[in-house]
Design a protein around this ligand. Sequence first.
Ligand SMILES: *[C@@H]1O[C@H](CO)[C@@H](O)[C@H](O)[C@H]1NC(C)=O
Ligand SMILES: [Zn+2]
Length: 227
Amino acid sequence: MAFHSFFFTLLTFSLSFHGIFAVDYQVINEATTTPGGIRFTNEIGIPYTKQIMGTINDFIWSVILQEHNPSDQKPVESVNIYIKEYKGAEAITWGDYINVSSIYLEGYQGDVKWEFTSLLYHEMTHVFQWNGEGQAPVGLVEGVADYTILKANYFPPAFAKPGDGDRWDQGYDFTARFLEYCDGITSGFVAKLNKKMRYSFDIKYFEDLTGKPVDQLWQEYKAKYGH
Ligand SMILES: *[C@@H]1O[C@H](CO)[C@@H](O)[C@H](O)[C@H]1NC(C)=O
Ligand SMILES: [Zn+2]
């Protein structure tokens, strides 16, 4: 028995070995006896969560950030999800830790597994993206996280449409749609911008990548969609 599990461990280890670091996925339900924690167990579950974390991690590295070389990737050893009973935000991401509110899961009207997956596309982007060591505008950081939701096709009907919003750094879905426009001008824009944001942030990065300052890009974006 011990012999079998030893070789099984070796096998799964080598299969999940991406490069120098293999990311470990941890999911802990601290709210098992609460209505939201029970809903998590019944409609989402730990096995599904671990599986989708791997899928999302691969998607972020390959499609969104285009970091095929481990030296370009943020060195993350593990991503840890806690289902916790707390009020307020749907989820809080701090470093490699993502806390999801069981109260939020309890109250969600609709397909909670779909919603949870969409939420993880956003939160896991925060784990792997660069933010200029904290210098990047929060609206841009949130926009990149929602850009992942958009490209993964896990966005809700209320998600911003192209041309929506008042400012390029408004955040979330508004900035995601603007980043999508920038990506149409310069292929791989979001990945290239993220790469530049490893150690610092400068508004000129937009111009470096597209040839136009961000304010001009925003004006042309609004004009294109007739707003
Ligand atoms: C997330 O939950 C963990 C486990 O309960 C806790 O230790 C940590 O402080 C929480 N983090 C935040 C930012 O709330
Ligand atoms: Zn966020």
